[in-house]
Write a protein that binds this ligand. Sequence first.
Ligand SMILES: [Zn+2]
Length: 99
Amino acid sequence: MTVPIPDATTRWRCAGCGNLTRFDVARTRRTQEYWHFDLAGEHAVEETEVKAESVESVTCRWCGRSDAIELVDRNEAAVDPTADPTGDPAGDPAAHGAG
Ligand SMILES: [Zn+2]
């Protein structure tokens, strides 16, 4: 069973351990890409349009379960800042006023 991709008001949560932030996502995407080659023959993908997408599995990075991932309301799953010590900082103090 796969869980739907979160939208603007929802997010994933692992019911096994409470993880909200770290997941391995296996998905299949059909895309159309704009490949821009240089004169040497190397290319860069400059645009990617997703034509179709399906999630095969979502696995919790913390406990490894893929059968316990659920879609929850973002407000309902209010993030406890102490729950994820490796979480991204809300702001970088060094970015303010330096220079
Ligand atoms: Zn988990």
